[in-house]
Structures are given as C-alpha cells and as structure tokens.
Write a protein that binds this ligand. Sequence first.
Ligand SMILES: C[S@@+](CC[C@H](N)C(=O)[O-])C[C@H]1O[C@@H](n2cnc3c(N)ncnc32)[C@H](O)[C@@H]1O
Length: 257
Amino acid sequence: MFVVPADAYDRYVGRYSPALAHELVRYAGVNAGDRALDVGCGPGALTVALVGMLGAEHVAAADPSEPFVAACRQRNPGVRVELAPAEALPFADGEFDHVLSQLVVNFLTDAAAGVAEMRRVARPGGVITACTWDYAEGMTLIRTFFDAAIALDPGAIEHDEGRRMRYCQPDELRDLWSAAGLSDVDVQPLTVRATYESFDDLWSPLEFGVGPAGAYLLSLDLARRAALRDELRLRLGVSDAPFELAARAWAATGRVP
Ligand SMILES: C[S@@+](CC[C@H](N)C(=O)[O-])C[C@H]1O[C@@H](n2cnc3c(N)ncnc32)[C@H](O)[C@@H]1O
C-alpha cells in the first residue's frame, strides 16, 4: 500500500500532510531547541515541519517504506532517516524530547508495541503525540470514496477504513495512550483542508493503488472502476473547476512519567 512513488502519495492523502503537520506540531507543544523524532515519516511532510522549527541536526525520522525513506532523505538533507518500523526503532533510550507520528498508528502491525517503542526513545518528561484520520466521519475524501464503493458493491464494506481501522476514534486512541503508561493524556480533533484543481486531480493518484482505497480500486475491473469514479464525483458534487475538501484527524498526546 505504501511502496508507491512518493509523488503519487503526495497527490493523494499527502496533499493534507503539510497542513496537518503544522497543526500536530502546534498541538504537541514542540519548542525551539527540542530533539524530535517523526515515526512513520512517509515522504516527510512532518519531518519538514520539524526541521523548519528545530533544524536538521535536532530531527530524526523512520519509516519501513523504501521509496518514502528515499524521498524523506532527499527533502530533508542532514536528517537521520532510518528504514525501520515503529515496533523496532533504531534509536537509543531517552534520545528525544518529542516523538510524533502522523497518520500511522492505525497501520501498525502491533500498535501497543509501536507506542511502547515511541515511549522508550523519549526522555522522562518527553511527549508522545500522534494523529489518525477520522475515516468514519470527518475525512471527507476517504469517507465519500467508501460510501460510493459500498453503494455499488456491498462487499466493499470489508475494505472500508472507517469500519476496519483501529485507533481512529477518540476513546480508542485515549485508551492506547493510557495503556502505554503515559500521563496527562489528551485527545483533540485537528481539521485541515486541501485544494484540488479538478475532480481528475483527486482521482488520478488513486489509480496508483495508494493506501487501502487505492488498493481496493485496483482490485476492480475497468468498468467497475469507471462506475466508482462517476459515483464518487456525483457524491462529492464537484466538477472540473477547483474545489476544497476538509479532513478531520484525531490527535492524542501524553507525557512519559
Ligand atoms: C498515511 S502514511 C503517513 C505518512 C506521513 N506520516 C504523512 O503524514 O504524510 C502511513 C505511513 O505509515 C508507514 N507505516 C506502515 N507501517 C508502519 C510501521 N509498522 N511502522 C512505522 N510506519 C509504518 C507507511 O510506510 C506510511 O509512510
């Protein structure tokens, strides 16, 4: 799902990532002089935001996707970017003041192990902050995609990120953070917007198979893909003119005791 060209990701959900990174860094309370780690960095939108605030020498990043690690390195010269999953971070205990993770916790094979690793590499008093899309309601693009898909094919419900993704609602995120032994746990919504030049600008990156929605699309034959394209366009109510969509994420933060 994420071994895809960074450009395709950027034009799909990555379109929202710079604005979301700005909100996440603000919510986490990152300050000049802090050392920060971006877990599941993807092509590096959050890493870029952290470097802008802290400088490359104070920022590190990790992701298990080779093309994304290559893109993140290219976009962030001087940053230590490791090819590694959250569940086995190649960093020492207590190295960071802030560990952040944007749109990743729901993809972890073992979320509890991933958050435990984030906690291990943060210093005592350090802050762990992450966010995930509200696929069930507030992430307009993906919510509308699966509503359209299910209307045409009830079996698509099995692929619906709003139903099958964990840690995308406030209570479940809060429980994950509390179970990791973090203190001062807080959960808040973060809403951002992205601009599209036209419906084609929204649709074309999906055909690279990025994420669960793209993977579902590629499982369809050409006629069913075309029907889904028409249904999505109808439900979004957009045309060949530019438009904006809103996307809501849930963010959790907590402090290492
Ligand atoms: C939706 S993307 C988010 C990328 C980036 N953080 C952003 O905000 O644009 C999900 C990312 O999670 C990464 N990922 C998947 N499994 C992972 C794991 N076990 N540990 C860390 N990252 C993982 C993927 O490679 C991908 O880069």
